[in-house]
Design a protein around this ligand. Sequence first.
Ligand SMILES: [Zn+2]
Length: 342
Amino acid sequence: MPLLENADRHPFGAGPGRGECVAISDHVLWFRTVSQGAPMGGVNIWALRDGSGWAIIDTGFADPDTASQWQTIVAQLDGPITRIICTHFHPDHIGQVGTISRQFSVPLIMTEREWHYAQDLAAPHDAAAIASNTEYFRLYGLDDAALAQLAESATDQLTTGLPSECTFLRAGDLLDLGGGSWRVEIGAGHSPAPAMLINQRDGLAIVGDQLLTKITPHIGMEQSAMDADPLGHYLDYLEQALDMPPDMLALPGHGPAFLHAGQRADEIARHHQERLDTLALSLKAPTLIIDTMHTMFGRPLKGLSMILGLTEAHAHLRRLVLEGRADCETDATGRLLFTARS
Ligand SMILES: [Zn+2]
């Protein structure tokens, strides 16, 4: 299938800038918290009409600049915030939940598994926890200097707290919002159990970070789940997403809203298959994960980008092992080494 022109795929263009609002319909508004650390420079905030107020989807990072951008968003709503729905637990989506839930006394709604991860994220991180988090990356082949650099960047505040309770979303739940009925679907791969909301009548799908246009969602191994198969789960999700109707408008966590989500799912699946093939060819001798960075990304990465790159490479290597295309062993110092099967 030929690649679509931008205008055919992105009917609302690039989307709102800092402090701006784009109306998708009378009942669905699009805001964005602009932030250098976010994929594609910002985090999309969707507001769905909820009675005389607005339910909001996702919240941006925990930093003070994002908090001040929220005051501008709130000033543009013609009613109070009624509830916060969080697509998944990552800091760019859950960061302002504490502040907003306290300010407006509104509940948080997300899936149970994501809620548990969010609680871990919000727990105070003492020096020992930070050290154990960074020490983990020694397995990937990082040296002392690189680990010390990681420990320095690990102290950033990730959340503004969380409410003491959460209402859980389950697959198939119907939410009466935004002038219609939104069905909950649960994704996989980018995070453990992200929520998506589908409005068949209006042809709208809030997809969180499950599908993004222009960039591919991060798929990485988690320290707490070394036997997991996030890429395998994500490829399964993409298989299902192929059936999304071409005229359904996907409302993602980052970047422009887009049509042809099924075609996008196919492109992303091909991208990962190509990465798997290229990676398998590069593993002629036992290889550390840090030494796959060039094959995977074509350039050296630093800081958070390096962590995301390493865990993404690991998810691909893990998939190769599960497909019987590579073996994993540890060297004398416990570092992981991967070799392709001949
Ligand atoms: Zn995100």
